[in-house]
Design a binder for this molecule. Structure first.
Ligand SMILES: O=P(O)(O)OC[C@H]1O[C@H](OP(=O)(O)OP(=O)(O)O)[C@H](O)[C@@H]1O
Ligand SMILES: O=c1cc[nH]c(=O)[nH]1
Ligand SMILES: [Mg+2]
Length: 209
C-alpha cells in the first residue's frame, strides 16, 4: 500500500484555487495565493510531527507546553517551489531550506538538475519537497531521489496541483512518500501540461510568460 494522497477539500483552499487557476490573475496576486494555499497545506502535512514537552512560565504559573521535536528541511524545487518555501518558513522559521534547481526539458519532459544546495552532511528528521506542479512526476521523483541519498528518515511531497499520471509515477518510485495537494486534476495534455491546471507555475509567479 503506498502512503496516502491527501487532497484538500477545505473551502478556503477551494476559494483561493479558483483565483490561482484564473488566467487573468497577475503575478503579485498569484504569488500571494501560492503562499497562502501552501501555508494551509503545511498544517496538514505537519499534523503528526513529533513534539517534546517544554516548561513555560505564564504570567500566572508554570505549565508544560510542547515544541516541535523533529528537525524539518524544506526542499523547494526551483523556480516554482520558491514561493512555497517562503510561506512555509513563516510558519516554521526553524526549518532548514535546501534549494534544488530542476527544470523540465520542453522536448523530452525529463528533469534537468542545474543547482543543488543540499548540505554535505544533511541531518534532518523530515524532508518536505515543495513544488506547485506534479505533472509527469519526473521532477518530484528526481528531487526525492536526491533527497533519499541523504538518509533523511521521513520524506513528504507538498504540491498545489497534480495530474493522476504524476501521482501514479511518484507512488511507484517512492511508495513511502505521502502527498499533500490542493487539487488532483483530470489529466496531462499532449505537451505535458496539467489540465485544467493553471499553466506554468514558475512563469506565472515571476512574470516570465
Ligand atoms: O512533473 P513534471 O512533468 O516534472 O513537471 C513539473 C515541473 O515543471 C515545472 O517546472 P519547470 O520545468 O517549468 O521549471 P520552472 O519552475 O523554472 O518554471 C514545475 O514547477 C515542476 O518542477
Ligand atoms: O501544467 C504544468 C506542468 C508542468 N509545469 C507547470 O508549471 N505546469
Ligand atoms: Mg516553469
Amino acid at each position: 500500500m503506498p502512503a496516502p494522497v491527501y487532497v484538500s477539500t477545505h473551502p478556503l483552499i477551494q476559494h483561493k484555487l479558483a483565483r490561482l487557476r484564473d488566467a487573468d490573475t497577475r503575478p503579485p496576486e498569484f504569488r500571494e495565493l501560492v503562499a497562502s494555499i501552501s501555508r494551509g497545506l503545511l498544517f496538514e502535512a505537519t499534523r503528526d510531527l513529533r513534539l517534546a514537552p517544554v516548561s513555560v512560565q505564564t504570567p500566572l504559573t508554570e505549565t508544560t507546553c510542547h515544541r516541535i521535536a523533529d528537525r524539518v528541511g524544506f526542499i523547494p524545487v526551483l523556480r516554482a517551489g520558491l514561493g512555497m518555501a517562503e510561506a512555509m518558513l513563516e510558519a516554521l522559521p526553524e526549518a532548514a531550506v535546501w534549494h534544488l534547481g530542476l527544470y523540465r526539458d520542453h522536448a523530452t519532459l525529463k528533469p534537468v538538475t542545474y543547482y543543488n544546495k543540499l548540505p554535505p552532511k544533511p541531518d534532518m528528521d523530515v524532508g518536505i519537497v515543495l513544488d506547485p506542479m506534479l505533472a509527469t512526476g519526473g521532477s518530484a521523483i528526481a528531487a526525492l531521489d536526491i533527497l533519499r541519498k541523504t538518509g533523511t528518515p521521513r520524506l513528504m511531497f507538498v504540491g498545489l496541483i497534480a495530474a493522476p499520471e504524476g501521482v501514479a509515477a511518484l507512488q511507484a518510485a517512492h511508495p513511502d512518500v505521502p502527498l499533500f495537494l490542493a487539487a488532483l486534476d483530470s489529466r496531462l495534455n499532449e505537451v505535458g501540461y496539467i489540465v485544467p491546471g493553471l499553466g506554468d507555475a514558475g512563469d506565472r509567479q515571476f512574470g516570465t510568460a
